[in-house]
Design a protein around this ligand. Sequence first.
Ligand code: NZQ
Ligand code: ZN
Length: 386
Amino acid sequence: MNTFTYKYPVTVYFGEKAAANNLPAELAKTGKNVLLAYGGGSVKKNGIYGELMELLTAAGKTVTEFSGIMSNPTYAKVQEGAKLAKENHIDFILAVGGGSVMDCCKVISAQAKTEEDLWELETVKHGGPTEFIPMGAVVTAFGTGAEMNNGAVITNEEKKVKGPLWGAFYNFAILDPAYTMSMPMGQVISGSFDALSHCMETYMGAPRETNLSDEINEACQRNIIRNLRATLKDPKDTAARSELVWAAAMGENGILKIGKVTDFQAHMLEHQLGAYTDCNHGKGLAVIHPVLYRHMLPEAAPQFARLAVNVWGVDPAGKTEEELALAFIDTLASFIREAGLPVTFSEMGIDRATDFKAVADSTVLTGGCCKKFTKEELLEVLNECL
Ligand code: NZQ
Ligand code: ZN
């Protein structure tokens, strides 16, 4: 086993009425000026905004609203939020939404505390922020697990890069599955696939021999597959939704990564596709995964074969490792179709004239992937996704 240190800073309040039961005590620990950050307005339609405003008012907070955080949040939006936070002497940020709102706020919390350009600081000077406005997250869309980590995926439109910036961890995350029941079904499915992808991308890293982190990971994958199937049958299945919300958080709370070097090559490729097309993250992954995995087959066969048997229930009797590995990719691909996820970029509405060479050329090649891809082969992958 690799050596590791495990410590986690995010307090999770999970379940029914998690906000009403826990926000008052958390808000009592923060300063008076709160930035209430959210997206395009779903929180106003589903009543979450009203509930949170009542709690904030009861706690005597002065609330500054920061709305309109878009899917695939931009660096310009981060700067807008940081300016607002500075002008209003914000003491605490309450991020209410999915991965996009949560990621945007992670960087706002750091950018509001420094005059340095954070993109420059992190990507050119290879430094990191040291001061942050404390934050809490109220999750309204599950999948990314963004509430559990301090990485933010931000699109720099000028540089045509969708990449990670490191911000703060949330002090706490409110995970009330009821808050996610109004998510559009398309987002429920793509969020679930994103969560499954995080598990797979962690699993595919080293060490590649059986280990405890991977065995827990297999259970998470089985859980996501089973509960997404239950949700497809009955979108109002609250038991299945609760499982999905926690499974998604498990994917990014560090437990599955203990002792592992992760892979995340599919994510790196999808992020750059996002930089060029602004596409939906989970859907992009659904198209890329099987195609990329066929390219990884020779190197990844032992792990794919294990996934076939332990996650997807393929009968190993009479099958070679290679046959099992192929069965895994085929089963994954048919699950993607079963879930109603896209299997080609055209189905996602991605323009064939997109500069896929630029996408491949700007994709980070990850050290944790068992296959050392070249930019040329990534371009082949993208072309096969069309
Ligand atoms: O903006 P509003 O009106 O709130 O609508 C949102 C948005 O349109 C809607 N929504 C959210 N909660 C809802 C709801 N609609 C109705 N009822 C609710 N309860 O859902 C839409 C999508 O939201 P968004 O936050 O964009 O989706 P997601 O959670 O999938 O986040 C995607 C972003 O997270 C990044 C992705 O790259 C992408 O930028 N990721 C972040 C990660 C991280 N920090 O760890 C890991 C991931 O791999 C991922 O890269
Ligand atoms: Zn993801």
